[in-house]
Design a protein around this ligand. Structure first.
Ligand SMILES: [Zn+2]
Length: 132
């Protein structure tokens, strides 16, 4: 889709702190993380609302999220990786994966901007967590 920020990430027209890419999906750090290591997982295909995805794409997205969550867990060592989907910010279906250590930590009110240098440092750590 023409003016979609996430489609521009997919095409590489706008840079993002990417940690993972497959044929169908990418994962990158949220620039306003709830906690360091907060990642968004998206399909390359543009669909706005997550529950409008075809079944096979929906499964694919969640399976990709599972892979990414394992890498976050290995790389950063949180007790859990929380999952959230709202979909109001950018109209391209995305899953939030947030490293958390206690209940109620998955709170968007805790999100704050992080600079690119720090994002890239965390991305580098998480990239090393794949396949472990
Ligand atoms: Zn898009």
């Amino acid at each position: 889709m023409e003016n979609c920020l996430f489609c521009k990430f997919v095409k590489g027209e706008i840079p993002c702190a990417k940690v993972y890419e497959s044929d169908k999906a990418i994962a990158f750090l949220d620039i306003n993380p709830i906690n360091p290591g907060h990642i968004l997982v998206i399909l390359k295909k543009h669909v706005d609302y997550i529950f409008d995805l075809e079944d096979k794409d929906y499964k694919e997205l969640f399976l990709e999220a599972k892979k990414v969550a394992k890498a976050i867990k290995f790389a950063l060592g949180p007790k859990r990786v929380g999952v959230a989907v709202e979909g109001f910010g950018v109209p391209h279906a995305h899953i939030h994966l947030v490293p958390i250590n206690r209940g109620y930590e998955l709170n968007p009110n805790n999100a704050k901007p992080m600079d690119n240098k720090e994002l890239e440092k965390i991305a580098e750590k998480i990239r090393k967590g794949f396949g472990k």
